[in-house]
Design a protein around this ligand. Structure first.
Ligand code: NAD
Length: 292
């Protein structure tokens, strides 16, 4: 598999890069933030001083960044320095057009590419149980799969270029909406005298069940590992959920799809972020709904 460059060592990238190191891979990381590099280094990831340095001669280049613009910038920098025919894998959640543009850049440079956004959050990254949703040709998917298996439990091929991102946007539309519905139900329960533990017990065994409830419960108590138990420290930050809902809305508008709940969820997350939720986990929207 050769040397791996891992660029973007934030909440997700650092534990993912550490998983590759733990699996015996030679990894050189880079992040533009000093704090992220230091944290990744503490987790065993050797870091370079620039993206070029990390990518130089690498046979695989992974990116885990915040936006399509960042991914395209980093790929433009890394493609000329990586080994000939290198595999580029973007695990960020970005817009479909940027993902397809990244595939194009890679093709022009003689490299192989896969868009491979993930689900499972920081906990999934730490426990190597992520789900990867991959877009690209079948041959490149088969090449990327053994690498992704070192960081995840389910590696799924969703179709051609950009369709990994398409799957991720549809998934996160469901996640954003179910989180708001779950938080709204707990806020209602507290106003009408029903305890959070009673609602959890019922809904977890009933038709209100969802990942937002049983893995990531937005109220403190029922799910000890959920961010609600640590004052909504992210986790999956609210601005990232807002970003994903807007990406889904844009993709829907371009395709003529009707996405009213996506639009409503984006509006609520925009309000939450503006009202102080920018540094909090997306499940913290419960606080806004409870106070409203
Ligand atoms: P993050 O903000 O913690 O990490 C992103 C890192 O990229 C930051 O450390 C930043 O300094 C670095 N960066 C930005 N531009 C750079 C550049 N030009 N060169 C090098 N480094 C650069 O974000 P995250 O939570 O790790 O999320 C990363 C991606 O994964 C996002 O697209 C997000 O939507 C997606 N995602 C996140 C989660 C989650 O639970 N956090 C879950 C699934 C998917």
């Amino acid at each position: 598999m050769g040397r791996i460059a891992f660029i973007g060592l934030g909440a997700m990238g650092a534990p993912m890069a550490a998983s590759l190191v733990a699996a015996g891979q030679e990894v050189i990381g880079f992040d533009s933030a000093d704090a992220a590099r230091e944290k990744a280094a503490a987790a065993g990831v050797r870091c370079a001083g620039t993206a070029q340095e990390a990518a130089s001669g690498a046979e695989t280049v992974l990116t885990m960044l915040q936006s399509g613009e960042q991914v395209l910038d980093v790929w433009r920098t890394a493609l000329p320095c990586a080994a000939r025919g290198a595999l580029f894998v973007d695990c960020s959640t970005i817009d479909i057009d940027s993902a397809r543009h990244a595939h194009l850049l890679a093709g022009m440079a003689g490299s192989k590419a896969i868009d491979a956004p993930v689900s499972g959050g920081v906990a999934g990254a730490a426990t190597r149980s992520l789900t990867f949703m991959c877009g690209g040709d079948a041959e490149t998917f088969q090449i990327a799969k053994p690498l992704l298996e070192k960081m995840g439990a389910r590696i799924l091929h969703c179709g051609g270029q950009g369709l990994g991102q398409a799957a991720k946007l549809c998934n996160n539309l469901m996640l954003g909406v179910t989180m708001i519905a779950t938080a709204e139900a707990f806020a209602l329960a507290s106003r009408i005298g029903l305890s959070a533990s009673a609602l959890y017990e019922v809904a977890a065994a009933s038709s209100g069940q969802s990942w937002s409830l049983t893995s990531y419960c937005p109220v403190p108590g029922p799910v000890p590992a959920s961010p609600a138990n640590r004052d909504y420290a992210p986790g999956f930050a609210a601005p990232l959920m807002l970003k994903d809902l807007r990406l889904a809305e844009t993709a829907g508008a371009k395709a003529g799809a009707v996405t009213p709940l996506c639009a409503a969820a984006a509006q609520l997350y925009a309000l939450y972020v503006a009202q102080g939720g920018s540094g909090k986990d997306f499940s913290g929207i419960f606080e806004m709904l409870q106070g409203g």
